[in-house]
Design a protein around this ligand. Structure first.
Ligand SMILES: Nc1ncnc2c1ncn2[C@@H]1O[C@H](COP(=O)(O)OP(=O)(O)O)[C@@H](O)[C@H]1O
Ligand SMILES: [Mg+2]
Length: 284
């Protein structure tokens, strides 16, 4: 079967000098559930950001279905970002908008530019609104539709972010430490929702996770990165202490115990400028 995503010899060198990812080849099938693990700085976020072309690889090739998207631009790049959506540790909702408007943005698809207008509600058809409400129902927060995004708890905001990807009919969800800012109960709910979406909607989910136990209970397939190199691609049941020690070294105990919410620095190319990540990439 043609993989939904395929990387061949993928590499990322920042600013022409720092090699964050090297020679990574992987095939990801539709409906797969993958956790990417490894120490902080191993290249996990870089890998995810390459997968929906928030970053452009400096080496190698990336394919979505059979289509080469390594250097996709314009309309083609918007198609990539609609089909391969991302949820972030910090949710990245548009805070001044309601929950429903945040989800409706996902229905925009390639209708460019509308997302930034002040009142979105009137611009959508009854069909769009019904679809957005349906997506909110799927993540069990339909009753919060008319609240402002900022009135919600972290776990609820993350569910809005997931509903937005459902609304845009993403085929792949990339989740970069989606539960790192959440309390254990909200974290469990969010992981359950990602599992449910994977099972019932057939969306492939690739998630970076800090805690090994969450990774093995969520994912069928575990990919391990170490210093920018994929050193492990195995199934959750085959993950043993030897493999984990190789991956984490002296940080293993930290990855294995319930840790306090993890707040690693976020390297964001848009830092200091408008937060583009807050708007679904399909509409930029
Ligand atoms: N925009 C950037 N510019 C320069 N270096 C970066 C940038 N983003 C990440 N890095 C570096 O690349 C390495 C991998 O980072 P990252 O992919 O964020 O790792 P992880 O998500 O596994 O913690 C780190 O050493 C990080 O400092
Ligand atoms: Mg990261």
């Amino acid at each position: 079967m043609t993989p939904v995503l395929k990387a061949t010899g993928l590499g990322m060198t920042y600013a022409g000098q720092f090699v964050a990812l090297r020679d990574l080849s992987i095939e990801i099938q539709a409906r797969e559930r993958i956790a990417v693990i490894g120490r902080s700085g191993a290249g996990k976020s870089t890998f995810l950001r390459l997968c929906n072309r928030l970053l452009t690889p400096t080496e190698g090739r990336l394919q979505l279905d059979a289509q080469d998207i390594t250097h996709a631009q314009g309309r083609e790049l918007r198609m990539v970002r609609r089909r391969v959506g991302m949820v972030f540790q910090q949710f990245n909702l548009v805070s001044r908008l309601t929950v429903l408007d945040n989800v409706l943005i996902g229905t925009l698809g390639n209708r460019r530019g509308l997302a930034l207008l002040p009142s979105l509600w009137r611009q959508f058809s009854a069909e769009d609104r019904a679809w957005a409400l349906h997506c909110l129902r799927e993540v069990e927060i339909e009753h919060l539709a008319m609240k402002r995004a900022t009135e919600l708890s972290g776990g609820q905001q993350q569910r809005v972010a997931i509903a937005r990807l459902l609304a845009q009919r993403a085929d792949v969800i990339l989740a970069d430490e989606p539960i790192a800012s959440l309390d254990p109960r909200s974290a469990e709910q969010v992981m359950n929702i990602l599992s449910m979406i994977n099972e019932t909607h057939g969306v492939a989910v690739i998630t970076n996770l800090h805690q090994v136990d969450v990774a093995t209970s969520f994912a069928h397939r575990i990919v391990g990165l170490r210093e920018g190199v994929m050193v492990m691609d195995t199934t959750a049941d085959k993950l043993d202490d030897t493999l984990l020690e190789h991956l984490y070294g002296d940080q293993l105990s930290e990855a294995q115990v319930e840790t306090k919410p993890h707040t690693e620095a976020i390297h964001d190319e848009s830092h200091g400028r408008m937060n583009h990540a807050a708007v679904p990439q399909a509409v930029l």
